[in-house]
Design a protein around this ligand. Structure first.
Ligand code: NAP
Length: 314
């Protein structure tokens, strides 16, 4: 049993398959933990009544799977061969084989796509307020995006920054009203609506000095002085390695059979954000990790009794 990915889905799948004596090997990625590692307080994971920090929660998930015998490779998968069982999963030159694979490789932060954004990454351009917020004490920062992430990051950044400007390309927000209200009520937060970042400005030692904004209605540009830019415009699924093998939609999200985690290849299952662009919550990812573990367990059970027979829906 190989589980690819070390976020809520992968670690939960590991917990369940370990407790089912399936000896899971979790190839968890070099930066295990997934998106929860770049989140601040998690207040909506049932059981943590007082809230928990994302990284602490992921360490808990991992420890719980480890307690039942899950093993971990802290590195990134570089290639897979799903043409026959045992499936082959490669980490560089190392080959791992498994009778069943759960793909739980998650999703990653999207970039605006500006050359200046690339150049100034780590010099004021960030995708993770929790990681980098503390560097911006008493500074002015810009947050791009109009979803819950942008509202959450902007609100979090007011712990450090003197001012946070949310730049959003429309007038309406994708974010839930409660998150928008919270941001609006925060006196350190300002909004630049109908605006996009056209260029990240930097000079001297190459640190961010501001952003050039373009008004999406009038086309006018203006420079906004700032010390940091936090990009919070959504995510893309980490599926590049699987696109040749597994059914996916036009955005690259894997598409398992409805109501299951079974992919088009018998013995390969998909769990978590890699197949979910709707809910994308830690708790739903953990739930789908559970589903994948149970689907995989049933599949392996069936193979044991009827080798060579393709698993069929229960
Ligand atoms: P999202 O909901 O997809 O929002 C992305 C935002 O970025 C949208 O407002 C979008 O604008 C904007 N955007 C996308 N590409 C852009 C570009 N190239 N340039 C400028 N703006 C761009 O993503 P998210 O905010 O990361 O949230 C993802 C999911 O996680 C959601 O389901 C959300 O509810 C959930 N979430 C929940 C919490 C929480 O409850 N605590 C916190 C964070 C995230 P348009 O609106 O114009 O498309």
């Amino acid at each position: 049993m190989i589980i690819i990915g070390g976020g809520p889905a992968g670690f939960t799948a590991a917990l369940y398959t370990a407790r089912a004596n399936l000896s899971p090997l979790v190839i968890e990625g070099f930066n295990w933990g997934g998106q929860l590692m770049i989140t601040s307080d998690v207040e909506n994971y049932p059981g943590y009544a007082d809230g928990v920090l994302g990284p602490a929660m992921m360490a808990d998930f991992r420890r719980q799977a480890e307690r039942f015998g899950a093993e971990f490779v802290t590195d990134d998968v570089t290639r897979v061969d799903l043409s026959e069982r045992p499936f082959r999963v490669y980490v560089g030159d190392d080959e791992y084989r498994a009778e069943a694979v759960i793909v739980a490789s998650g999703a990653s932060a999207r970039q605006i796509g500006l050359p200046s954004e690339q150049t100034l990454q780590g010099r004021g351009v960030s995708y993770c307020a929790t990681c980098d917020g503390a560097f911006f004490r008493d500074k002015v920062v810009v947050v791009v995006g109009g979803g819950d992430s942008a509202m959450e990051e902007a609100t979090f950044l007011t712990r450090f920054a003197s001012k946070v400007v949310i730049v959003h390309r429309r007038e309406e927000f994708r974010a839930s009203p409660i998150m928008v209200d919270r941001a609006r009520a925060n006196e350190k937060i300002e909004f630049a609506l109908n605006a996009v970042v056209e260029e990240v400005l930097g000079e001297g030692d190459g640190h961010v000095t501001g952003v050039r904004l373009r008004d999406t209605v009038t086309g006018e540009t203006s420079d906004l002085p700032a010390d940091g830019l936090f990009v919070a415009i959504g995510h893309d699924p980490n599926t590049a390695l699987f696109l040749d093998w597994l059914d996916h939609d036009e955005q690259g999200y894997l598409v398992p059979e409805p109501g299951s985690t079974r992919t088009n290849i018998a013995g390969v299952f998909a769990a978590g954000d890699v197949q979910d662009h709707v809910y994308r919550q830690a708790v739903t990812a953990a739930g789908s990790g559970t589903m994948a573990a149970l689907d995989a367990q049933r599949f392996l059970e069936e193979q044991r009794h009827h080798p060579g027979v393709v698993a069929t829906p229960a």
